[in-house]
Ligand binder design. Structure first.
Ligand SMILES: Cc1ncc(COP(=O)(O)O)c(C=O)c1O
Length: 410
């Protein structure tokens, strides 16, 4: 039971009657007020994590910036927290630029990614004066030059590094669709350096996601350094989060010791370093509450599933779960969702204490990429996001309505 609590956001506890509390709010009270399923974010924990990243990076490399990878939790309110905590924002796509601006970001602190940026997205980035555009391919350069604007760019380089994570979230291997092999990057860098409009500021590298050891991060630095000396090196994100009892991701200091250690060895001392954490910033600072709808054989079926959490189907991510009022222990069940797919499993094999229809089930570590990939499968109304902290809770994203489902019909 103690173990299970450690998977929930740092401010989580058990009330006197055993009910889980998140950000000082009882899970049953949250479910009553906001309905289920509901994604609850511990706001103070989120802010503390953002500050930890910033402090630890600056302590190791003063000329540095943390930019939050918005894709991990692209809600305006989450982006706003990052802005308020002094972070920049990494955006991948026009929509994330729009919400980042709404969140109050100084556009100069936006880093714009994408392996297939459209004309419209480049126009949006240019119009708003996005700080850095990360060039992924030669067509990005064509489009940026055609825009007629003066733009600061980084070039994304494939470091040829793999990591022990799911193939679907690897990005730094030679076969990656993202970025340029060093041999292709070199002539494109030379072209940018000749461009009258574009300013070649530096290089970008990103190994992948949910990486639970530090070596791949350190290994990604030398291949980038081999391309020459620049003002800026964006060393990506990718640090893994703790989803299960068995996961022991490196701490932020451990990760940065390795990464910045490699930077000291290979990069110019006066360069600026950027990092782009996503998953490790948000995953562990949220949990999803569901209501049990039905029980059958080994199955406990809840009122959500792959409409609010695609991580399981997408890359076999293992989660844990508990009855919110009876944490820990019990028989082994398969926790499934309500969608018309056999792959709609939230947790395959999890101990639940005497589940009954109407019980609240809590799944920890749902802060990363769950809101991101929420969808309308089976007419699902995407679930709300609630910030909880110091015993107070407020919705920052409302639940979709039936009218929302009809809103795009013409
Ligand atoms: C370019 C880039 N930066 C940062 C991230 C964030 O990665 P993570 O959420 O694993 O920290 C990603 C996601 O894969 C990415 O593609």
């Amino acid at each position: 039971m103690a173990d299970l609590l450690t998977l929930f956001p740092p401010g989580s506890a058990r009330d006197d009657d055993g009910m889980l509390t998140l950000g000082g709010c009882r899970a049953d009270a949250l479910a009553e007020e906001f309905g289920t399923p509901v994604l609850v974010v511990d706001e103070p924990a989120l802010r503390a994590r953002a500050r930890e990243y910033r402090t630890e990076l600056t302590a190791r490399w003063p000329r540095s910036r943390v930019v939050f990878a918005s894709k991990a939790f692209p809600a305006t309110a989450v982006q706003r927290v990052m802005v308020e905590e002094g972070l920049g924002l990494d955006v991948a796509g026009g929509g994330e630029i729009i919400t980042a601006l709404k969140a109050g970001i100084d556009p100069a602190l936006i880093v714009h990614h994408g392996n297939a940026k459209t004309d419209d997205e480049i126009a949006l980035a240019v119009e708003h004066g996005v700080g850095l555009v990360v060039v992924d391919n030669a067509n990005d350069v064509d489009r940026l030059e055609a825009s007629g604007a003066n733009v600061d760019v980084l070039v994304r380089v494939i470091p040829g590094v793999t990591a022990d994570t799911h193939a679907h979230v690897l990005t730094g291997h030679e076969g990656s669709k993202f970025g340029l092999l060093p041999a292709d990057a070199a002539p494109l860098i030379a072209r940018i350096e000749r461009s009258p409009r574009l300013r070649m500021r530096g290089l970008h590298v990103h190994v992948g996601s949910q990486i639970l050891d530090v070596e791949p991060f350190a290994d990604s630095v030398a291949p980038v350094a081999a391309l020459g000396e620049f003002e800026v090196y964006d060393l990506g994100g990718g640090l893994g989060a703790r989803y299960t009892y068995a996961d022991h991701p490196p701490s932020v200091p451990e990760y940065l010791d390795a990464l910045i250690g490699a930077a000291r060895e290979h990069l110019p001392a006066e360069a600026e370093i950027i990092i782009e954490p996503g998953r490790s910033m948000v995953a562990a600072n949220a949990a999803t509450l569901y209501r049990v709808v039905t029980l059958k054989r080994q199955f406990v079926a809840v009122d959500g599933g792959m409409g609010d959490n695609l991580e399981v189907a997408l890359f076999d991510q293992r989660f844990e779960a508990a009855i919110a009022g009876r944490l820990g222990g019990g028989e082994r069940y398969t926790l499934v969702g309500r969608h018309c797919e056999s792959g709609d499993v939230l947790v395959d094999g999890v101990e639940l204490d005497a589940p009954r229809v109407g019980d609240l089930v809590a799944v920890p570590a749902t802060g990363a990429y769950c809101h991101t990939m929420a969808n309308n499968y089976n007419g699902n109304r995407r679930i709300p996001v609630v910030f909880a902290g110091a015993g107070e809770a407020r919705a920052v994203v409302r639940r979709e309505t039936w009218d929302d489902l009809l809103a795009r019909d013409v």
